[in-house]
Ligand binder design. Structure first.
Ligand code: NI
Length: 264
């Protein structure tokens, strides 16, 4: 089955710096390209991960980087670490600060330290004129509160869930949302309803690889090539063509992350 698509899709959130990809990173990126996923944004989720994210962007033409520290690790992120993140954020091909935010579901760091780190990295995003990639779990009101306090205008909420009220508030503030392969899960009817209703001009696609493999591949490693399958599922849910979803989401990613010099 060929039905080839031009290199038109972008995985806006993956973690190719993770050890899961140590053995075959170049092959994973090549496979993405074969499926029409021309570019990926590698998300820094710790200091070490952010260093590696920047390195990957230097090494591969089709990789952009973000720099950040996940709320899970907030308690371990020292002032010296945030100072280094500030330096890393000014490297070439760094297109956002994140992922950052609040996670009151797993609670791996105290809420206070999550809030403090989130606010300080949002302030950095504001200062450097970069958009923010947001992780929010069971903390939507506080997440929005801190985004407002920091006067953040450019944010994307990654791995968007099924909370319609949160969606409305994000859209009202001009934010983008991105969906990952969990929209393919059998029990995800409510989430598919959200996918159906989001304005196309605010939607991006992501894998969050190595996490959240699509239905049929669960338990295995996710990877950027699956954005193709994700685009097909979004097209099916919205009753439109995969070409339209690819065109719109790629345009959105280019606009939101201010991607320059790319050929899609
Ligand atoms: Ni992530």
């Amino acid at each position: 089955m060929s039905n080839a698509l031009p290199a038109a899709l972008i995985d806006t959130h993956c973690h190719l710096d993770f050890p899961e990809f140590d053995a075959d990173r170049a092959a994973v990126l090549a496979r993405a390209g074969e499926k029409g996923v021309g570019y990926v944004i590698n998300i820094g989720s710790s200091l070490a991960g952010s260093r590696n994210s920047v390195r990957l962007a230097e090494e591969y033409d089709n990789v952009f980087a973000t720099v950040g520290c996940h709320p899970h690790d907030a308690k371990d992120c020292s002032d010296a670490d945030t100072a280094e993140l500030r330096v890393l954020a000014q490297a070439g091909k760094v297109v956002a600060i994140g992922e950052i935010g609040l996670d009151y579901y797993r609670n791996l760091s105290p809420h206070d330290s999550q809030r403090t780190l989130f606010a300080s990295l949002l302030a950095l995003a504001g200062e450097l004129g970069l958009p923010a990639v947001i992780h929010s779990r069971d903390a939507h009101e506080e997440t929005l509160g801190i985004l407002k306090e920091q006067k953040i205008e450019r944010a994307i909420v990654h791995c968007f869930g099924s909370d319609e009220k949160f969606l409305r508030e994000c859209l009202d503030r001009g934010y983008y949302v991105s969906f990952t392969c969990n929209i393919t899960y059998k029990k995800a009817d409510q989430l598919r309803q959200v996918v159906r209703n989001v304005p196309l001009e605010r939607m991006c696609l992501e894998t969050d690889a190595p996490y959240l493999s699509p239905e049929g591949f669960r338990g295995k490693r996710n990877e950027p090539s699956f954005v193709r399958l994700l685009a097909e599922e979004v097209a099916r849910i919205r009753g439109t063509s995969v070409e339209e979803i690819a065109r719109a989401t790629t345009e959105n990613a280019k606009t939101f992350f201010n991607l320059r010099g790319i050929s899609v």
